[in-house]
Design a protein around this ligand. Structure first.
Ligand code: HEC
Length: 145
């Protein structure tokens, strides 16, 4: 009799406590795999608050990508690895080293070499937003603006 009750309690414990918890875990795992399977990487200028019709400023938007926290200039600076991407020299270096292709912006080395899915230049890549800004700047004529 005593044994029977004990068994029954165990069964109650299983249905009332363990089972609902299991269900929660199953639902959570399902949701996580669902959201993961639906993540796409878009490189959209809009994600930076940039609109394709906004003019990208080389000085205000591109130079900081190269220079902020020595993102690129830790290596690309005077006397070190070419191109020198410090504020004073970046524009001249980009043009004199043929890193910009005005006919096909996406074929510009300063873009494709470091864009997020690039297989070259394992040193450092742009974030999606940075890549979008660089591409848009070139599309607009890569002015020293
Ligand atoms: C840790 C050092 C390092 C950092 C940081 C770095 N690079 Fe480089 N980069 C290199 C080296 C080394 C090379 C030359 C070898 C190669 O092509 O991978 C190079 C090559 C390049 C080239 C090709 C130059 C040419 O004339 O062919 C470009 C363009 C470039 N880097 C852009 C960038 C940009 C933009 C950033 C910042 C987002 C950056 N790099 C950050 C080390 C670095």
């Amino acid at each position: 009799m005593k044994y029977q009750r004990h068994k029954k309690n165990n069964f109650r414990k299983l249905t009332m406590i363990v089972w609902p918890k299991l269900m929660v875990i199953v639902v959570l795992v399902g949701l996580i795999s669902l959201t993961n399977s639906c993540t796409y990487k878009f490189v959209e200028p809009e994600s930076m608050g940039l609109n394709p019709t906004d003019t990208v400023s080389f000085a205000a938007q591109i130079i900081p990508i190269f220079n902020n926290e020595s993102n690129c200039t830790s290596c690309h600076k005077p006397g070190a690895t070419s191109p020198d991407l410090t504020a004073a020299n970046a524009y001249n270096e980009l043009t004199s080293n043929n890193l910009i292709d005005l006919n096909d912006a996406a074929k510009s080395k300063i873009y494709y070499y470091c864009e997020p899915s690039s297989t070259s230049h394992s040193w450092k890549k742009y974030s999606d937003n940075e890549a979008a800004a660089v591409l848009l700047w070139i599309t607009q004529g890569a002015h020293n603006n």
